[in-house]
Design a protein around this ligand. Sequence first.
Ligand SMILES: [Zn+2]
Length: 355
Amino acid sequence: MSKHFYNSRTAATSRLLVIFALFFAPALAGCDGAGSGGGGLTIGAQSNSTTNAVAANANTSNANAPAARPAFDGERAFAHVKKMVEMGPRPAGSQELAKTRDYIKGELQSGGLKVSTDEWDAQTPGGTKHMANVVAEIAGKSPDVILVASHYDTKPFKEFRFVGANDAGSSTGTLIEIARAVAATHQQPALTYWFVFFDGEEAFCNGWDECKTPDKQPDNTYGSRHMVERLKSQGQLPRVRAMILLDMMGYKNLTLARDDMGTRWLEDIIWQTGKELGYGNIFVEGTEGVGGDDHEPFLSAGVYACDLIQLEKYPYWHTADDTLDKISPKSLQAVGETIVASLPRIERNVARPAQ
Ligand SMILES: [Zn+2]
């Protein structure tokens, strides 16, 4: 439908190559541990920053090839977006967001995931708001965690009705299906997975940095900041080895450039995988000015993180026109498939050497 979508013949060829890489390359590559420099991506020893050095030898298709690639269903992801849009505006603290939360939890539980909720009262410029992050877990062989996230609230607007099909219906629906796809393999992953749905990403004031909260904190990213603080206070933050954020990735004319704050090696794996799967027209080279999103508190705390977001080229951002007709199941399919296929490669890259 859109000229932005990939050529199907090229995609088919790429898929064969990827399937070859997934099933045959591990045997050829032997057991090349992360950081051993045996042809795979290796992580630098210093703490994370946006410029941290990771040897980005993006040879992801062999040494870091995952053992299997679960299926991903973009049509089901789209059906979730439709359900959420039908619930209407879903700002933090609203009945509609509570309903959305119940829906997300129900879908995750029916996919066999263990789901928990972390609730708190946030002080905002709009008053005290009850918020809740939803976390679905797949316990891996290691307690180390790969975190995949989206926010699920929509921005409150008094001036117009804002249903947030792309922001953040698309990433929420895609994340539900990513979690279900990983769980559906019934294989215990090497690392533990947390699929996190953040509350309160959106600012209560119109501008994302227009206001501060009564306790002088930013008026946005409430859920992600809450999670980082909580993990820090519990001494759990070092478990989080990588964080992938999805936000506004469902537009029918989807292109994803690299966010300007993200960890380079993590982006390398995802963009490379997307291209191998035939989505080179979506995973483009270039920079997306993000300016701060739910990955920022993690980056600031030293966690490798990146954001898949189309902000500059999404003309309906924070308008009444961010509606379901702007979203395509094909875009959800491309991102969902790419993330699921990237996860084993990311696992290999952050795995700690065996004791
Ligand atoms: Zn937004």
